[in-house]
Design a protein around this ligand. Structure first.
Ligand SMILES: Nc1nc2c(ncn2[C@@H]2O[C@H](COP(=O)(O)OP(=O)(O)OP(=O)(O)O)[C@@H](O)[C@H]2O)c(=O)[nH]1
Ligand SMILES: [Mg+2]
Length: 336
């Protein structure tokens, strides 16, 4: 499961249970190495993952989680960098996860992100991490929520998750964040694509970035038009649209204002809780499905599946009855 280059790195032994609570304490004291270590543990499917989750749990549920998504190069990292600046100015501790669903690499430097966010490289109140979703079937649904938990548990007031938009991944961000920002830029045909990929449904805030470019007004009008056409009840949030020029730090206050308005709206209606419970449900389900998949995988290596398959192929058994039998072969018990 570990990316090739990562397995070459020396991995300090950390297997003893008592090290995990100590590590969590250090992370909560703001030690970036402890945060890094915890994320590495949960990313690498280390046997201590369970303990990490258990030690963190009492400290989680406090961070505001923001999802930022959009096509490659639309200005997500530049905008994230500016948002981090704004949150820091408000005295908040900030965690950033830059997730690249297409990259097989993890933990290392996604160069652009590092360059764009280096303003905060030496600020102890900011933790920035690049990760991939490792091509897992669970994708974002697997490692990223656990990394969000680490940052939340470590005391970050805000966690920003940047994801490169590649369709499904964008939608997956939705189950992860309290507020979803979808970035668009003029002239990229984004507004149309947004509808195709179902982005319109998940966006709480549209940011028309690169508003210094030709066509920004048209993109703004397009997206407003689409929102106007979208069906929603009076009880549903109407997505906001803001313009920015992130590379010149323009429009950032408007983005923050839109985030604040959405947060207040969620809180007033008890929707924050609803979203967080939906997020937790997705997390639990992803873990359970992962376990089932592994157990089915081990069954495949044994004789159970080939035997059943032979009977189905011979017409002695129907595939549903065979599936029932296969499932009976998966014993209960705990995750891992
Ligand atoms: N003209 C203009 N350029 C911008 C603006 N915001 C960002 N850029 C530039 O656009 C390029 C891409 O910006 P990033 O922030 O790396 O975009 P990204 O969406 O994070 O890119 P990926 O992570 O590779 O998908 C950089 O050269 C930025 O300087 C803007 O508002 N106007
Ligand atoms: Mg980026």
């Amino acid at each position: 499961m570990t990316a090739p280059h990562q397995s070459l790195r020396p991995q300090p032994a950390l297997r003893r249970s008592r090290d995990i609570p100590a590590l969590v304490d250090s992370a909560r004291d703001g030690d970036p190495r402890a945060v890094a270590r915890l994320i590495s543990l949960i990313e690498s499917d280390d046997p201590t993952t369970r303990e990490v989750a258990a030690s963190l749990a009492p400290h989680t549920g406090k961070a505001q989680v923001l999802g930022l998504t959009g096509s490659p190069g639309v200005g997500k990292s530049t905008t994230t960098n500016e948002l981090v600046r704004a949150f820091r100015a408000a005295g908040k501790r900030v965690g950033v996860l830059a997730v690249d669903p297409s990259s097989p690499f993890t933990g290392g430097a996604i160069l652009g992100d590092r360059v764009r966010m280096q303003d905060h490289a030496t600020d102890p109140g900011v933790y920035i991490r690049s990760m991939s979703s490792r091509g897992h079937l669970g994708g974002l649904a697997s490692a990223t929520p656990q990394a969000v938990r680490v940052l939340d548990g470590a005391g970050c007031d805000v966690v920003l998750v940047e994801t490169v938009g590649v369709g499904q991944a964008e939608v997956e961000v939705a189950s992860l964040a309290d507020t979803i920002l979808v970035l668009l830029a003029p002239g990229m045909g984004d507004a149309i694509q947004a509808v195709k990929a179902g982005i319109l449904e998940i966006a709480d805030i549209f940011v028309v970035n690169k508003a210094d470019r030709d066509g920004a007004d048209a993109t703004y009008t397009d997206i407003q038009g689409m929102i106007a056409l979208g069906e929603r009840t009076a009880e549903q949030w109407r997505p906001r649209v803001v313009r920015s020029v992130a590379s010149r730090s323009e429009g950032i206050a408007d983005i923050v204002d839109a985030i604040d308005k959405h947060t207040a709206w969620l809180a007033e209606r008890g929707q924050l809780q609803v979203r967080r419970e939906a997020r937790a449900a997705a997390e639990v389900e992803a873990i359970a499905v992962g376990v089932l998949r592994n157990r089915l995988g081990s069954l495949r290596q044994g004789n159970a599946l080939p035997d059943l398959a032979a009977r189905v192929a011979a017409g002695d058994l129907d595939p549903y009855a065979a599936a029932d039998e296969l499932l009976r072969g998966i014993d209960g018990g705990n995750v891992r």
